[in-house]
Design a protein around this ligand. Structure first.
Ligand code: NAD
Ligand code: UDP
Length: 310
């Protein structure tokens, strides 16, 4: 198949490019390089089945493709809050442009949604039937509401125009090719530990997240996209739940750093807990994560050591 990946030069997108090429497909990678970088796909530039397009998903695009994965959107809070209006435009107009293309060429189209659609959840763990607890006017809203609106658009194009959709709700995922200055917690802690700087915990550090290694997530993407039983939304994430204090202690232990923990102010609307219910993914995709947090952290630490030249 010929497959379009928007946001294909980012952390997850570039791993998806690798996977789809190794599965024998042609890949068109579309990215405006806001948080992605050419370096993530530099090893693919000589591959005749790979094409890189510098383009913004908020502007329409015309291509002939069989499948579309829509991943374009900054994902880390500092990056998506840098230009909040652009972030919501990217989610909403990016979805409209992908769905319009899918409708025209009859391609199956996949949306990278997020556990952020559950907001600061009152239900724990979060299952797909939970509608969420989201602030519509806060600092995180440009991302959360943009992704919620994209899900609405996907379902309306599906109901109204018969577009063949798949929606995944991704829970915090980490691994090699995250940017050192990405701002998300796993990369922040690892980079701080490797540089001998103090690890910055926001708030008391008792808030929880569930961390999935990128390779498990990509496997979930492929399984969802290539079956006909369910369209989603479906949670993909690792149900192992950790406080930020536990995560910091793990990173300190594995890196052997002499760094200490410092506390900084908790950003507004920071969700207190997050853990996926993955019953649907287990049942319909026969999917579960295979990489533990310790294993994934070791791999990611090794990557950053090399990336930072340490
Ligand atoms: P990332 O920031 O590395 O990747 C996003 C990519 O989209 C980058 O390459 C960026 O340059 C590109 N992009 C941003 N705005 C664009 C635009 N207007 N036009 C074209 N390209 C644009 O982040 P990631 O972690 O790889 O996330 C990929 C997708 O998965 C995002 O949609 C994100 O919301 C979603 N997601 C990720 C996580 C996670 O934990 N990694 C969790 C939930 C959802
Ligand atoms: N966090 C932290 N220190 C950091 C970066 C983040 O304690 O240097 C916290 C943040 O407040 C949140 C959790 O780690 O409670 C996960 O943050 P991240 O930005 O990775 O993802 P999200 O909040 O979007 O789940």
């Amino acid at each position: 198949m010929r497959i379009l990946i928007t946001g294909g030069a980012g952390f997850l997108g570039s791993h998806l490019c690798d996977r789809l090429l190794s599965d024998g497909h042609e890949v068109v990678c579309l990215d405006n390089f806001f948080t992605g970088r050419k370096r993530n796909v530099a090893h693919l530039l000589d591959n005749p089945y790979f094409e890189l397009m510098r383009h913004d998903v908020t502007d329409p695009f015309k291509l002939e493709v069989d499948q579309i994965y829509n991943l374009a959107c900054p994902a880390s809070p500092p990056h998506y809050q840098y230009n909040a209006i652009k972030t919501i435009k990217t989610s909403v107009m990016g979805a409209i442009n992908c769905l319009g293309l899918a409708k025209r060429v009859k391609a199956r189209v996949f949306q990278a949604s997020t556990s952020e659609v559950y907001g600061d959840p009152l239900e724990h763990p979060q299952s797909e039937s939970y509608w969420g607890h989201v602030n519509p006017i806060g600092l995180r809203s440009c991302y959360d509401e943009g992704k919620r609106c994209a899900e609405t658009l996907f379902f309306d194009y599906h109901r109204q125009n018969g577009v063949d959709i798949r929606i995944v709700r991704i829970f915090n995922t980490y691994g090699p090719r995250m940017l050192a200055d990405d701002g998300r917690v796993v990369s922040n802690f690892i980079v701080q530990a490797l540089r001998g700087e103090d690890l910055t915990i926001y708030g008391d550090g008792l808030q929880t997240r569930s961390f999935c290694y990128f390779s498990d997530l990509i496997e979930g993407f492929i399984r969802l996209m290539n079956q006909d039983e369910v369209i989603g939304p479906i949670n993909i994430g690792n149900p192992g739940e950790f406080t930020m204090l536990e995560l910091a202690e793990k990173v300190i232990e594995i890196t052997g750093t002499s760094s200490k923990i410092v506390h900084k102010e908790l950003p507004s609307d920071d969700p207190k807990q997050r853990k996926p219910d993955i019953t649907l993914a287990q049942k319909h995709l026969n999917w579960e994560p295979t990489i533990t947090l310790d294993e994934g952290l070791r791999e990611t630490i090794a990557y950053f050591k090399e990336d930072l030249g340490l």
